[in-house]
Design a protein around this ligand. Structure first.
Ligand code: GRG
Length: 315
């Protein structure tokens, strides 16, 4: 298979984040388009649904985090791109399933109709299943620059992040927490539950993305520790900011339904602690992320600017 080319580095300066994000996003999109089954592959309808869900936008934060971590650890990312793009398949599967009528019942995602609205519920369930399965195959595809044991560790890291003790577990706790009677609930245990939901539902896949980049780059254990700390902080901050955006932005800006958390009685940081305290918590997590990013001393390190972008984004 022809490796996907990396365009010339646009800038070595972390201040040039926009160019960096755009360049890496193009690489991720190219990889997804190259390796996803074509519409001509039978049965065409499932591949159409998979491509509709994946190729219709999205910030590509998870694969970009993996790319940034690998680059910060000094790796040539070209042979690693398919494994990194697998993160986007996993993320998209979670969105497709989360939008289903039996879960969030949403009809807007990434500025377009959700997959089940366009393809029907049965096909959306199967497309989500197929994306997850495809992701595992991409992660397990042998990589010339990575030995088999290291790759096994990488696959295990991602799988453990999204299982019933990780992303799915967080989703289940989130479902069960809907319409909690906050007035009569003990505040400390509610706060613990909220952190559990955010760290698992959102944080673990983001952390695994950073770790995947580091592991496949051959990072040292010390580097992996710093990457793990960075990922956990970014993951928590990401979801707190998402809670704030749900409250403050419009569906037009977000490309998904706004104000849903309140309507669904979801447990959120601004809901439990107020907007100012939620912002303070996100800022604290950003500080942790920035100091952890600084410990990775590679020549090309965009981890800090990406963490800042995640905390300051408006969509
Ligand atoms: C497997 C059903 C199922 C659920 C797992 C991750 C998840 C739990 C559900 C997806 C929906 C959701 C609200 C996730 C929280 C994380 C989050 C804010 C996702 C949106 O991620 P962005 O902003 O989206 O990176 P884009 O569209 O940019 O990729």
């Amino acid at each position: 298979m022809t490796p996907i080319g990396v365009s010339p580095q646009t800038s070595n300066s972390p201040t040039d984040l926009t160019a960096y994000l755009s360049d890496r996003r193009t690489l991720v999109d190219l990889t997804l388009d190259t390796f996803l089954p074509s519409l001509a592959t039978p049965p065409g309808r499932i591949h159409e649904a998979m491509r509709y869900a994946v190729m219709g936008g999205g910030k590509r934060i998870r694969p970009i985090l993996a790319v940034a971590a690998a680059e910060a650890c000094g790796a040539d990312i070209r042979p690693l791109l398919r494994a990194f793009a697998a993160l986007e398949l996993i993320h998209t599967y979670s969105l497709v399933h989360d939008d289903l009528p039996s879960l969030d019942n949403d009809d807007l995602r990434r500025g377009r109709k959700t997959t089940h609205v366009v393809f029907g519920e049965a096909m959306a369930i199967l497309a989500g299943d197929a994306l997850l399965t495809e992701a595992l195959a991409w992660l397990a595809e042998s990589i010339p620059t990575v030995d088999a044991e290291t790759q096994l560790r990488a696959v295990r890291t991602v799988a453990c992040a999204i299982d019933s003790r990780g992303m799915i577990g967080g989703q289940v706790a989130d479902l069960e927490s809907e319409h909690l009677d906050l007035a009569s609930a003990d505040r400390t245990s509610t706060a613990t539950l909220l952190e559990f939901i955010h760290r698992n539902k959102t944080g673990k896949l983001l952390t695994a993305s950073v770790l995947l980049g580091g592991i496949l780059a051959g990072a040292s254990e010390t580097q992996l520790e710093n990457l793990g700390r960075y990922g956990a902080a970014v993951g928590l901050a990401f979801q707190i900011v998402d809670d704030l955006l749900d409250q403050e932005e419009t569906a037009e800006t977000l490309g998904k339904t706004a104000g849903k958390d309140l309507a669904q009685g979801k447990l959120t940081y601004p809901g439990l602690f107020g907007t100012d305290a939620a912002r303070t918590e996100a800022a604290g997590q950003l500080e942790i992320a920035l100091s952890s990013a600084d410990m990775i001393t590679g020549a090309l390190n965009y981890l800090g600017p990406i963490a800042r972008y995640i905390c300051e984004r408006r969509a």
